[in-house]
Design a protein around this ligand. Structure first.
Ligand SMILES: NC(=O)c1ccc[n+]([C@@H]2O[C@H](COP(=O)([O-])OP(=O)(O)OC[C@H]3O[C@@H](n4cnc5c(N)ncnc54)[C@H](O)[C@@H]3O)[C@@H](O)[C@H]2O)c1
Length: 335
């Protein structure tokens, strides 16, 4: 049996882009996803099984049927606000269900696991840009669940000899660029991320964008974030897999561009790319939003050889806009 890569959560936004990158690079892959927030029409790469991490038998059948050498684990609940309102959902799916996955990895002698972690594990920065050695004190349940899995992975690695790596993404954005995009992009529901929300509001008099906080201690008073193109994230997973295969032992890498853009700068860029106005409603700060989150990804550059190809904000937003336009077309055709 040829060794395969398992993409857990591969029907979602980042997982589907990584599945595409794996297939383009010639890897055999299998997606496992319960389609809770993923999409059947994103299952375009490799084979797939619709199953839930909650179900050990479904996992067992998935692993027994193939030789999985590497697991890339994207499946999680990801809405920070929801994690505050309903932490049980997050502790159950993002932690308890991961025990099932890790047990299957141990049973079926998976060699390496690459985990989708997040800059939300750092909490409020004390030093910027954030390096991997910055203390991790997450300020919401979502971030705490992600940090707990980082710890679980280290313990499983230590005890069972698995090779593991947590990739701490900053703000994922964009979509596989046209004309090569096979029909995948950011389709979260409800959408909570700034760029897709801005693009959905562009030129639409019935929609507006809430700008939370205009009195931060930043250059224009709005929050500053580090946006990273989803295809660059996907590429980092392939590099991390090769790194672990060749004996690399770092357990965490930041994935960001190292450059921060304020909410107003993102909105200006979105208006420039679309040529359309975006109606903004200024609102109070949201609790738990740090003023600035910018990552130092030099460890990934040096040790993984990772260099983002779509580092500038305009190309990130252009690819997201092309995707939004194709989504509108899909909806108008009733697909
Ligand atoms: N989107 C971002 O900006 C961002 C930033 C940092 C980290 N992350 C992390 O990256 C990962 C992917 O995020 P995304 O934006 O692609 O989210 P997404 O919701 O688009 O994808 C998650 C996928 O996992 C699947 N899934 C969830 N629970 C499952 C379960 N119990 N069993 C099987 N499948 C399950 C969903 O159906 C979905 O296809 C998440 O782990 C998230 O925490 C995302």
């Amino acid at each position: 049996m040829t060794a395969q890569v398992a993409v857990i959560g591969g029907a979602g936004y980042i997982g589907s882009h990584t599945a595409m990158a794996l297939e383009s690079a010639g890897y055999e892959l299998a997606v496992f996803d319960n389609l809770s927030t993923g999409h059947a029409d994103f299952l375009r790469f490799g084979s797939h099984v619709v199953g839930d991490l909650h179900d050990p038998q479904a996992l067992d059948a998935f692993f027994a049927a193939r030789k999985i050498k590497t697991v890339m684990h994207f499946a999680a609940c990801i809405d920070v606000g929801e994690s505050v309102r309903d932490p049980a959902k997050y502790y159950r799916n993002n932690i308890a269900n991961v025990v099932n996955l890790l047990d299957a990895c141990h049973t079926y002698e998976v060699e390496q696991i690459i985990f989708s972690s997040t800059c939300a594990t750092y909490g409020t920065p004390t030093v910027l840009p954030l390096t991997e050695d910055h203390p991790q004190y997450p300020v919401n349940p979502y971030g705490r669940t992600k940090l707990a899995v980082e710890w679980m992975l280290r313990d499983y690695a230590e005890a069972y000899g698995l090779n593991i790596c947590s990739l701490r993404y900053f703000n994922a954005a964009g979509a596989a660029p046209h004309p090569l995009n096979p029909g995948i992009g950011e389709r979260h529901s409800p959408e909570t991320h700034l760029i897709p929300l801005a693009l959905k509001a562009a030129g639409n008099p019935e929609k507006s964008l809430h700008l939370f906080g205009t009195d931060y201690d930043t250059r224009d008073g709005t929050c500053i974030r580090d946006y990273i193109h989803v295809c660059d994230l996907a590429e980092a997973h392939l590099l991390a897999m090769r790194y672990l295969e060749s004996g690399g032992r770092r357990t965490a890498f930041n994935l960001g561009n190292g450059q921060g853009y304020s909410v107003r700068e993102v909105l200006d860029c979105a208006q420039k790319v679309t040529g359309l106005p975006i109606r903004v409603i200024e609102a109070a700060r949201r609790p738990g939003d740090p003023a600035v989150l910018v990552g130092d990804a030099s460890r990934a550059a040096v040790e993984l050889g990772w260099h983002p190809a779509y580092a500038d904000l305009e190309s990130i937003i252009q690819s997201a806009w092309d995707w939004e336009l194709s989504e509108s077309q899909r909806k108008s055709q009733g697909e």
